[in-house]
Design a protein around this ligand. Structure first.
Ligand SMILES: [Cu+2]
Length: 209
């Protein structure tokens, strides 16, 4: 954990002045440890909060969305996802119940539409940069390729995820998650099968609004 944090901080220092792209971090099933990933802290006090970035718009820092996840495909899954816009990153906290034990893919899909019983009204993966499906952080992945969460024996799952590749309501369509939908699947994402990781039925859906 320490090495990872240091590596991320070093990377942030190297790339921080001209790009925010590489500081994405991921945590699985580990909410309380969130602060250890904060690459804003410590020695990074150069004050380049917004003046150095090239995103071309103002982020709505502090904006919070609480997305209610509804069951799909006859599942018992329910819960919520909280999105918060930070100064650089969007923070996502997922809490779900009613899952089968084990791994389940979670993605952002392109349509903010959860009306169909099978969740397919949400369309395919949100992929504004037209890359192949893959694992977050690898060379190719969709902007909606969050990954897998793990449900315990009681069917509960939590996930915390932070990224500066998203924004809530900014003008950049390749980053703005508003109007899309979260989908949780019956099975795990294999990070290889195209176009969506062979993750099976859609067991929960929630519109990001
Ligand atoms: Cu999906």
């Amino acid at each position: 954990m320490k090495k990872i944090t240091l590596a991320i901080m070093a990377l942030g220092l190297i790339t921080g002045l001209n790009s925010c792209k590489e500081s994405t971090k991921e945590q699985i099933n580990d909410i309380t440890d969130d602060m250890s990933y904060d690459d804003d802290g410590g020695d990074d006090d150069g004050g380049h909060a917004h003046d150095g970035d090239d995103h071309g718009d103002t982020l709505m820092v502090g904006k919070e969305l609480i997305i209610s996840m509804g069951s799909k495909s006859g599942s018992d899954v329910s819960g919520k996802i909280i999105l918060t816009q930070g100064e650089k990153e969007v923070n996502m906290v997922v809490s779900l119940t009613g899952l089968t034990a084990g791994e389940h893919a979670i993605h952002i899909h392109e349509n903010g539409d959860c009306t169909s019983d099978d969740g397919k009204s949400a369309g395919g993966h949100w992929n504004p940069t037209t890359e192949d499906h893959g694992k977050w952080g690898d060379h190719d992945h969709h902007m909606g390729d969050i990954g897998n969460l793990v449900a315990n024996e009681e069917g509960g799952a939590t996930l915390t995820f932070n990224t500066d590749k998203w924004c809530i309501g900014c003008d950049d369509d390749t980053r703005n998650v508003l109007g899309k939908a979260f989908i949780v699947h019956a099975a795990a994402d294999d990070f290889e099968s195209q176009p969506s990781g062979a993750a099976g039925a859609r067991v929960a859906c929630g519109v990001i609004e």
